[in-house]
Design a protein around this ligand. Structure first.
Ligand code: GDP
Ligand code: IMO
Ligand code: MG
Length: 429
């Protein structure tokens, strides 16, 4: 396959970073197409662990091209910090190995101030955002008052846009949120300096992808967040502000739908969610605690404990439909060792009726009661298993059950955080 899109099937943190890093071995170009540094993608190899927020997870393969598409919102300080951190670890990130879209929108200091101010004002009803300014930045993009990477390189345009918008933002920050106004000069000077450092990385990502395609390159699109955090299809308003589904790869990178050959959904063997919002299979007991501790379920971006629960088959089926998934990669299967029986949610009960899709109304989603199917668990440590046949019988049964329920094959099985803790049944490339 020439173009493969990777997406999360749940509420994020499914292990996308690990799988992207792994499949980069067969790819030529790796591109992020939505989200920003709300993402935290973990990559583990040679006993080292890296967490990437903006840079594609293909960056550890020196000869590959990594791109940040127009659909991503970029905090330039975070991007430069990430480049510096990697270089300090001996991983060079020169232009050419990494390039960023001139059309991507910039996260500005007022976006972060507004994100924090709004969450504080909402109190108990807050979304539980990552506080990175993601929502306010996408708002400005859609309202046609955003500042793009390319605008930063044009001193006069940047000055004019910033001075116009800052007046409005400071009014809102001071009068509505009760915060401190931000200084034009400080933002202008620091952003211009960062713009100079980023200038050599700036490119037209859509054109780069077309050139690569014409040369027969294999392209890997790295989704961030997960299907249930999609702005249109997720558990709104407890979602992020971008389209996380596979279709987002097209407009967020500048390619047409006919160029996508394969969509791989990453599915954690159980479910986690970080931040607020409904989560039908959430566990508040020692089983949830077991998953959190064994799975190391603490946010890669904010360090918050992740909420844990059983695998939600309804959510998985939604992901198959909304992304047009070709196949699944199942991750963190090793975390389930020792739990018996295992449960999978196969439908919900809503006000006494059985339903098989997530309702559109958030109030209805909050009332859902999961209907479970039980499967036998296993006790063996599977973290060193290299072949499907060597997995315990009940583990294989769990995998086959999910496959059948989802209606698509499981092609990759992850049994630990490291590259080599993976059983690849079929490589999407
Ligand atoms: P992403 O946002 O989808 O890339 O996922 P995160 O990196 O935020 O969270 C996944 C976490 O699980 C990271 O700490 C990974 O190192 C870890 N991980 C990934 N796959 C596995 C696996 O198969 N088993 C275990 N035990 N950990 C895994
Ligand atoms: P990766 O790519 C898990 C969640 C936040 C919050 C909601 C909105 O690592 O899977 P935002 O800051 O985006 O406005 O927050 O979305 N969220 C994530 N949860 N993984 C992520 O990314 C997330 N990115 C955002 O916790 O509930
Ligand atoms: Mg993550």
């Amino acid at each position: 396959m020439a173009s493969v899109v990777i997406v999360g099937t749940q509420w994020g943190d499914e292990g996308k970073g690990k799988i992207v890093d792994l499949l980069t071995a067969q790819a030529d170009v790796i591109v992020r197409f939505q989200g920003g540094n709300n993402a935290g993608h973990t990559i583990v190899f040679d006993g080292k662990k890296f967490i990437l927020h903006l840079i594609p997870s293909g960056i550890f393969h020196q000869e590959k091209k990594c791109l940040i598409g127009n659909g991503v919102v970029i905090d330039p300080a975070v991007l430069l910090g990430e480049i510096e951190n990697l270089e300090r670890e001996g991983i060079p990130v020169p232009p050419g190995h990494l390039n960023i879209s001139e059309r991507a929108h910039l996260i500005m200091p007022y976006h972060k101030a507004i994100d924090h101010g709004r969450e504080a004002k909402k109190g108990k009803t807050k979304i539980g955002t990552t506080g990175r300014g993601i929502g306010p930045c996408y708002e400005d993009k859609i309202a046609r008052r955003g500042i793009k990477v390319g605008d930063l390189l044009d001193e006069e345009l940047f000055r004019a846009k910033l001075s116009e918008i800052l007046e409005e933002k400071n009014f809102y920050i001071e009068k509505y949120l009760g915060g401190e106004p931000l200084s034009f000069q400080e933002i202008f000077d620091s952003y211009r300096q960062m713009g100079e450092r980023l200038a050599p990385y700036v490119t037209n990502v859509s054109v780069e992808l077309e050139k690569a395609r014409q040369q027969g390159a294999k392209i890997l699109f790295e989704g961030a967040q997960g299907t249930q955090l999609d702005i249109d299809h997720g558990t709104y308003p407890f979602v992020t502000s971008s389209n996380t589904v596979a279709g987002g790869a097209c407009h967020g990178a500048g390619v047409g739908p006919t160029t996508i050959d394969f969509v791989l959904g990453i599915c954690k063997a159980y479910t986690t969610r970080v931040g607020g919002g409904p989560f039908p299979t959430e566990l508040f007991d020692e089983t949830g605690e077991y998953m959190r501790e064994r799975g190391g379920e603490y946010g890669s971006t904010t360090g918050r404990p992740r909420r844990c629960g059983w695998l939600d088959g309804v959510v998985l089926k939604e992901a198959v439909r909304l992304n047009g998934l070709s196949a699944l990669a199942i991750t963190k299967l090793d975390v389930l060792t020792g739990l018996d029986p295992l449960k999978v949610c196969v439908a919900y009960e809503l006000d006494g009726k059985q339903i098989e899709n997530l309702p559109g109304s958030i109030r209805a989603v909050e009332r859902l009661k999961p209907i479970y199917e039980e499967l036998p668990g296993w006790q063996e440590d599977i973290s060193k298993v290299e072949h499907f046949e060597d997995l315990p019988d009940n583990c294989r049964r769990y995998i086959r059950y999910i496959e059948e329920f989802a209606g698509i094959p499981i092609q990759i099985i992850s049994v630990g955080p490291a590259r080599n803790q993976t059983i690849i049944l079929k490589n999407p490339f």
